[in-house]
Design a protein around this ligand. Structure first.
Ligand code: AP5
Ligand code: ZN
Length: 207
């Protein structure tokens, strides 16, 4: 199974990815998690990416496309993959098409902007795995601790209200166009076209 999860910042892509990757036994390729790992490791990429991420902007297409192409070479992608937070621009989507990266389903998680700021302000993450919780909507079993490792949860640096608003505007300017990109491709029924499903992201996580 080869999937793309599309949706605004805070729509619940990472949250749903946890279930989907287990169900299909496929790796989650989250470009955001990959960048945060580079930031934590203090690599050259991490240092450059942190500035962009903290400002709510997008890291350059060339860097991201390179990262994803390398990741797809790894053996665990043979059985499929789940893209989370990628592609985010038409250039990234075109690069995957040109490289012949197959996609079975594009799932759009639809959440109105009005719900996003509250989701982000209550989000807590486990840095090691990228697992997301919410203090109110999806609390961990023990406050402040990851359910699986028991390690401490933290707030993301880019979850400040001002940064969230900037990320939302970047989403509307540069990423939302991909809903039509994949929607039209799916409708064309061309060989190799993915199927497209829009899912309401406002119900409970399990739903
Ligand atoms: P990235 O990490 O991809 O962030 P994002 O797309 O902004 O999305 P989030 O991770 O914030 O949200 P999510 O949809 O995963 O929501 P979650 O499940 O956590 O990217 C970060 C940055 O890296 C970007 O800003 C950019 O700078 C850079 N970057 C990454 N990829 C890039 C690319 N391809 N190109 C260029 N730059 C790139 O849920 C959010 C909260 O809501 C949680 O607290 C959760 O518990 C809660 N929640 C989830 N579902 C529900 C529900 N149904 N009801 C109530 N609460 C819920
Ligand atoms: Zn995420």
């Amino acid at each position: 199974m080869r999937l793309i999860l599309l949706g605004a910042p805070g729509a619940g892509k990472g949250t749903q990815a946890t279930f989907i990757k287990e169900k299909f036994n496929i790796p989650q390729i989250s470009t955001g998690d990959m960048l945060r790992a580079a930031v934590a490791a203090g690599t050259e990429l991490g240092i450059a990416a942190k500035k962009v991420m903290d400002a709510g902007g997008l890291v350059s297409d060339d860097i991201i496309i390179g990262l994803v192409k390398d990741r797809l070479q790894q053996p665990d992608c043979a059985n499929g993959y789940l893209f989370d937070g990628f592609p985010r621009t038409t250039r990234q989507a075109d690069a995957m098409k040109e490289a012949g990266v197959a996609i079975d389903y594009v799932l759009e998680i639809d959440v109105p902007d009005s719900a996003i700021v509250e989701r982000m302000s209550g989000r807590r993450v486990h840095p090691g795995s990228g697992r997301s919780y919410h203090v109110k909507f999806n609390p961990p079993k023990v406050e402040g601790k990851d359910d699986i490792t028991g390690e401490a949860l933290v707030q993301r640096d880019d979850d400040k209200e001002e940064t969230v608003k900037k990320r939302l505007s970047v989403y509307h300017d540069q990423t939302e166009v991909l809903l039509g990109y994949y929607g039209k491709w799916a409708e064309s029924g061309q060989p190799g076209a993915p199927k497209y499903r829009k899912i309401a992201g406002v119900g409970p996580v399990e739903e």
